[in-house]
Write a protein that binds this ligand. Structure first.
Ligand code: GLP
Length: 247
């Protein structure tokens, strides 16, 4: 059962979740965070930066693992997810560089790179709190709908929908978005001790309903979150609008 928390606006979601992360950091300074990219977490990162600037969020001993990265894009490339994270969070809080973990999309051997990432997560002791966005087609990380899903970190082919959704990083040209990526697998995500799925805006309403109340199917990867014992969905009113009939 996925617990639902609803807030009036996306800013209210961001403020409350940033405050919760700051509290978790206080309780456990060695917190291991799993982090997403996309438009949804931008207000959250802005709030975390604000809390850090006012001395209320200390990342000095925390560790982060990002969910995914485009294949063939170097971390120094401004279009990479790593660069996105640098702009929105990493360069603006006191995270130690050596405790920031990312998949290297430019690795020559992608299979070895994925195995390295799984080992790094295991060596760190596993993810305490995984924050997730939600693709409108039900993807989490870059686990796309399909006949099968992969448990561990792996190389994925991106759907046309997902490439379009990511076009803003590539001058709004979907054709320029790489056709493949590296992503944590569904198993990697489900091994996190706690998961917070964040969805905001009316255009996520249908995806939220299907994720929380739909049948478990590889055609909707986020539906597998229902089997985890500690998942919360943090929604604004618009994203939660379709739930009112079922909750
Ligand atoms: C990308 C990311 C996902 C993210 C999704 C939703 O495809 N790989 O991790 O959840 O976009 O993005 P947005 O928050 O912009 O709707």
């Amino acid at each position: 059962m996925i617990r639902v928390r609803t807030f009036p606006t996306s800013d209210a979601v961001a403020r409350a979740l940033a405050a919760e992360i700051a509290r978790s950091l206080k309780a456990n300074p060695h917190l291991i965070l799993g982090l997403p990219t996309g438009r949804t977490p931008i207000p959250l990162y802005r709030e975390l930066v604000r809390l850090h600037a006012s001395g209320r969020a200390d990342f000095g001993r925390a560790t982060t693992f990002n969910l995914d990265e485009f294949l063939g894009i170097a971390s120094s490339d401004p279009r990479s997810y790593r660069a996105f994270m640098r702009r929105h969070l990493f360069d603006r809080v006191n995270l130690r560089r050596r405790r920031i973990h990312f998949l290297n999309g430019a690795a020559i051997d992608s299979r070895a790179e994925c195995a390295r990432y799984e080992r790094a997560i295991a060596r760190a002791g596993g993810i305490d709190l995984q924050i997730l966005g939600l693709g409108r087609n039900g993807h989490i990380g870059f686990n796309e709908p399909g006949r099968v899903l992969t448990a561990d970190t792996h190389r994925v082919r991106l759907t046309a929908t997902t490439r379009r959704a990511n076009a803003s990083l590539f001058g709004n040209r979907a054709r320029e978005v790489p056709g493949e990526a590296l992503s944590m697998g569904i198993g990697t995500i489900l091994r996190a001790r706690k998961i917070v799925l964040v969805a905001t805006g009316a255009n996520k309403g249908r995806a939220v309903l299907r994720t929380l109340c739909g049948t478990l199917t590889t055609r909707w990867p986020a539906s597998f979150l229902q089997v985890h014992g500690n998942v919360e969905a943090w929604l604004d009113r618009a994203a939660a609008s379709r739930l009112s009939a079922v909750l």
